[in-house]
Ligand binder design. Structure first.
Ligand code: ZN
Length: 375
């Protein structure tokens, strides 16, 4: 099907359209084909089914864990709905709607996000004003509201009016990690899909797709607690150097004396200074955040070591590149010993978060870990 009234429809757009586009983020958004979305398999499948069956609702609320791809998925669904292809599956990438998305100037799909602290009533009014018109390039019109908990009350009420009487061929996506801050009346107008953390393997794959080294992607994903944003931040070379050095340290635990383990605070300072192994230890005053990262990295490494000690194959684990060291550790330590050190990591992290001598806490953790895992 072709749209035959594009010039006229363009003509009818509100004059402030340019401002809406500038305020929205959709120029930066890349629509990932639905079939390539990682994780959230149940949610993706449910959405694919309603798209294929032509049963799409007019408003959806994606709520749950922060930074796990809710907005990306919403944008992908909008891309598919706006696409003119009659073939089931992904958006075609060829029609005028798909091409406009690739250029980043689709006139029918708008994303709203906070302007400062809140999403303001003017933003909502400007976005909903264009919904009075027929779609210009796409099959539908769509509005994605990212961080919907930031809707100011009057903005939420303005949106509510549109949600109560939605214009035809319009789909709303509200995305939030804090659904308790939404007006109940807004929530009740939406079909709600909940999202949890991304699996570590999915995070690693996403990072590799973004060009990160496979080992770095695995190491960062193991510490990111299901958040893609956190995983991306952990791909920083300085952080990766700490994570990798701590993994080596973790799998050596129990094979050296507690005194050698205590010397690790100095070695850690050297790592932070970019020194190579064998160079003199640095005297940099490394901070609590680096030490918290070190504890996180130690815990992630020991989780894998415990699985190997329980008979798990190292090949599928985030620290698979340390398979030989993990097997050696599993041969000298039993799972109960490793579990004790994992509990010690928890209490050490608590002390560090309370700002109770982070460096001393790390030293004690290193010494005590070595003692607990020693034969
Ligand atoms: Zn298309």
């Amino acid at each position: 099907m072709l749209i035959v009234r594009i010039p006229a429809a363009r003509h009818k757009l509100p004059r402030r359209l340019d401002r809406i586009d500038a305020a929205s983020d959709h120029r930066r958004m890349r629509a990932v084909p639905l079939s390539q979305i990682r994780g959230h398999r149940l949610q993706v499948r449910a959405l694919q089914q309603v798209i294929t069956g032509g049963r799409m609702g007019h408003a959806y609320l994606f709520e749950g864990t922060d930074a796990v791809g809710k907005r990306t998925l919403a944008w992908s669904v909008l891309a598919r709905l706006a696409c003119w292809s009659e073939t089931p599956g992904d958006a075609c990438g060829l029609c005028r709607s798909c091409r406009a998305l690739q250029r980043g100037d689709h006139p029918d799909l708008v994303q709203l996000e906070r302007d400062g602290t809140f999403i303001k009533i003017d933003q909502v009014r400007e976005a909903t004003a264009r919904l009075k018109f027929e779609p210009v390039l796409g099959k539908i019109k769509g509005v994605l509201i990212d961080g919907a908990e930031g809707l100011k009350e009057e903005a939420a009420n303005a949106l509510l009016k549109t949600l109560e009487e939605p214009p035809p061929n319009t789909v709303f996506f509200l995305v939030t990690s804090r659904p308790q801050l939404l007006l109940p009346t807004i929530r009740s107008r939406c079909q709600v899909l909940r999202f949890g953390e991304l699996a570590s393997a999915d995070l690693a794959t996403l990072l590799q797709h973004e060009g990160h080294d496979p080992d770095a992607a695995l190491a960062a994903a193991a510490l990111a607690e299901g958040s893609l944003t956190a995983a991306r931040a952990l791909c920083d070379p300085d952080k990766l150097r700490i994570i990798d050095a701590i993994a080596e340290f973790a799998f050596e635990l129990g094979s050296h004396t507690p005194a050698q383990a205590g010397g690790w605070t100095e070695r850690l300072a050297g790592i932070l200074n970019g020194e190579q192994p064998g160079e003199a230890a640095g005297r940099a005053d490394f901070g609590r955040s680096e030490l918290l990262l070190a504890v996180d990295a130690l815990r992630a490494a020991l989780r894998d070591a415990m699985l190997v000690a329980c008979g798990h194959d190292p090949a599928g684990l985030p620290h698979a590149r340390h398979a030989a060291a993990m097997r050696a550790m599993a041969a000298r330590c039993d799972p109960d010993q490793i579990a004790k050190v994992l509990r010690l990591c928890e209490s050490t992290e608590g002390r560090m978060n309370l700002n109770l001598g982070a460096r001393m806490a790390w030293t004690e953790l290193a010494v005590e870990s070595s003692r607990l895992l020693g034969s």
